[in-house]
Ligand binder design. Structure first.
Ligand code: IDP
Ligand code: MG
Length: 154
């Protein structure tokens, strides 16, 4: 059954530097998802470690932390029906070479280590709650009913 939920998404430093913030936000807005939290920050090493804790033992971990702390990122929370799976489908496969055209990574990225956007994994139970809590306080997120919901949901 479909469920209205919040999902964590973050524009990475490569996309920020390339001026793709508006493009990524537009894609998610155009899909009908509601933006309920957003900020610009430069992650410190400790936050980056926490954010990518699941990859701590991987050979690419140090490069990943260096990259994600190298410039501004845009952590966001988006809300909607099946938001986690909808967003994962929209960002495409991790490796841009495998990402379908029409996905964000398939349209705007070439390299696995510069793939524009992070999104919580729907296969990782609790990922949204964990990642949202790393980047946001509860009072930084808003609740509202979108004016277009009659036309987005049956
Ligand atoms: P995801 O971002 O699609 O959820 P994950 O497997 O969680 O993919 O990996 C986190 C990030 O680490 C990826 O987005 C990518 O930038 C980077 N990454 C994943 N696998 C590799 C690799 O084999 N080499 C280098 N970087 C990688
Ligand atoms: Mg992941």
């Amino acid at each position: 059954m479909s469920e209205r939920e919040r999902t964590f998404v973050m524009i990475k430093p490569d996309a920020f530097a390339r001026g793709l913030v508006g493009t990524v936000v537009s894609r998610l807005e155009d899909r009908g998802l509601n933006l309920v939290g957003m900020k610009v920050e430069i992650l410190d090493e400790e936050t980056a470690h926490e954010h990518y804790a699941e990859h701590e033992d991987k050979p690419f971990f140090d490069d990943l932390v260096d990259f994600i702390t190298s410039g501004p990122v845009v952590p966001m929370v988006w809300e909607g029906e099946d938001a986690t799976r909808q967003v994962r489908q929209m960002i495409g496969a991790t490796d841009p070479l495998e990402a379908d055209a029409g996905t964000i990574r398939g349209d705007y990225a070439l390299d696995l280590g510069r793939n524009v956007v992070h999104a919580a994994d729907h296969e990782d139970e609790g990922a949204n709650e964990r990642e949202i809590a790393i980047h946001f306080d509860e009072d930084e997120l808003v609740s509202y009913e979108g004016h277009d919901e009659t036309w987005l949901y049956e």
